[in-house]
Design a protein. Structure first.
Length: 196
């Protein structure tokens, strides 16, 4: 068992084309593919997952002592297992019409960390905050109190949230960004595994 390292798995959603499915069919395909990624992450970490259940808030419940997190967008999914609370998020990098979203996501002090924030940084912030808030089981409602406090380099962010610092690592795959709670652990990204 190797839970000292993280093995996030990213799978493109190819067949059937998700944009041609109904809402319910599409959601089922994305959930199925995300769970496939999760089982690959578990296999690479040398752990066996039991039943995957969520609590009353919709947060994943540890299975066989293993924490897990998954995320999906229309064309990609990401998943990871860990020996500690964990969060992962994936978003497609798509500029929006209005920059008003910037002030909804982070305050002025957070945006001052970079002279000219762009949409790539917006999605780094978004996925980092989502990964950290997923790890606590809270999710989106805590975005405003989850603060970006440092940007060490183009692949890492540090957040101040829930009375501690969260170290986040980013990975880019196709036109998506994936963020995972790293907290000093070695990360072995597995991108582009063929999925369903």
């Amino acid at each position: 068992m190797d839970l000292a390292s993280l093995n996030p798995v990213i799978i493109p959603v190819l067949h059937p084309a998700p944009d041609r499915l109904s809402g319910r069919e599409k959601n089922a395909l994305l959930q199925r593919t995300a769970r496939q990624a999760l089982f690959i992450s578990a296999q690479r970490s040398g752990v066996t997952l039991g039943p995957l259940i969520k609590d009353e808030r919709g947060a994943p419940v540890p299975t066989n002592g293993v924490y897990w997190s998954l995320s999906h967008k229309t064309y990609c999914v990401a998943a990871v297992v860990s020996g500690e609370k964990i969060g992962i998020d994936i978003e497609e990098i798509r500029p929006r019409k209005s920059r008003d979203l910037f002030s909804c996501l982070a305050d002025q002090d957070e945006w001052r960390l970079v002279p000219d924030p762009d949409w790539d940084l917006f999605f780094r912030y978004w996925t980092a905050k989502e990964a950290a808030t997923k790890a606590t089981g809270v999710g989106l409602k805590d975005f405003k109190i989850c603060k970006v406090v440092a940007i060490p380099d183009e692949r890492h962010l540090v957040l101040d949230y829930a009375h501690r610092l969260w170290h986040i690592e980013h990975y880019w795959y196709q036109n998506h960004i994936i963020s995972v709670v790293a907290d000093g652990r070695h990360i072995r990204w597995s991108p582009g595994i063929e999925g369903g």
